[in-house]
Design a protein around this ligand. Structure first.
Ligand SMILES: Cc1cc2nc3c(=O)[nH]c(=O)nc-3n(C[C@H](O)[C@H](O)[C@H](O)COP(=O)(O)O)c2cc1C
Length: 158
């Protein structure tokens, strides 16, 4: 969660259980490619297993950021297709990506091509009026065909 699950919060969560996969706050590709990488990617070793959650929609940028995440030792890279914020939608990522399953598939494929760690996708059960079973089934089907085998589902539409 943005502005919440920073490395201090995750360290606390790790004290609560050894049996959870922890996720970073969403880090945008722009923040990583043009910003302070250590500030965004530094974490405590005790956090493992820990996944880096990325926000973006450019396959090449996401591939580069996934590589960075792997180099920093993250155990999984997660693509956020669930954030409903209007600020995020203007950047064409987050939940609005559910309307573009082929683009998400291309992003996942580009990331998988460059790293060994698993790529997962967080999404919702739908967006706006598109919340039928068929809609979410087709989204998952298209993205899994690109090699994503783990989907984290936020059980509310955006
Ligand atoms: C302040 C805030 C920040 C959030 N940041 C993220 C985030 O960075 N990545 C993410 O996957 N979900 C994020 N979420 C969504 C939560 O992970 C979670 O799915 C959601 O809050 C619970 O469901 P609800 O908001 O529909 O009640 C955020 C939610 C809030 C309230």
């Amino acid at each position: 969660m943005l502005d919440w699950t920073d490395r201090h919060c995750r360290y606390f969560h790790r004290l609560l259980t050894k049996h959870a996969l922890l996720y970073t706050e969403m880090v945008t590709t722009g923040a990583l490619l043009h910003g302070d990488v250590p500030r965004h990617l530094h974490y405590n070793d005790e956090e493992h297993p820990v996944a880096l959650q990325l926000g973006g929609s450019e396959p090449a940028d996401l591939a580069q950021c996934a590589k960075l995440g792997e180099q920093w030792g993250y155990d999984e890279i997660n693509l956020n297709c669930g954030c409903p914020s209007e600020r995020v939608q203007r950047g064409a990522f987050g939940a609005c990506l559910m309307a573009e399953p082929q683009l998400v598939a291309d992003c996942v494929k580009a990331m998988l091509d460059g790293v060994q760690v698993p790529i997962s996708v967080k999404h919702r059960i739908g967006i706006d009026q598109s919340d039928s079973y068929d809609f979410v089934r087709d989204f998952v089907g298209t993205v899994s065909a690109a090699g994503c085998s783990t989907f984290i589902v936020h059980v509310r539409n955006a």
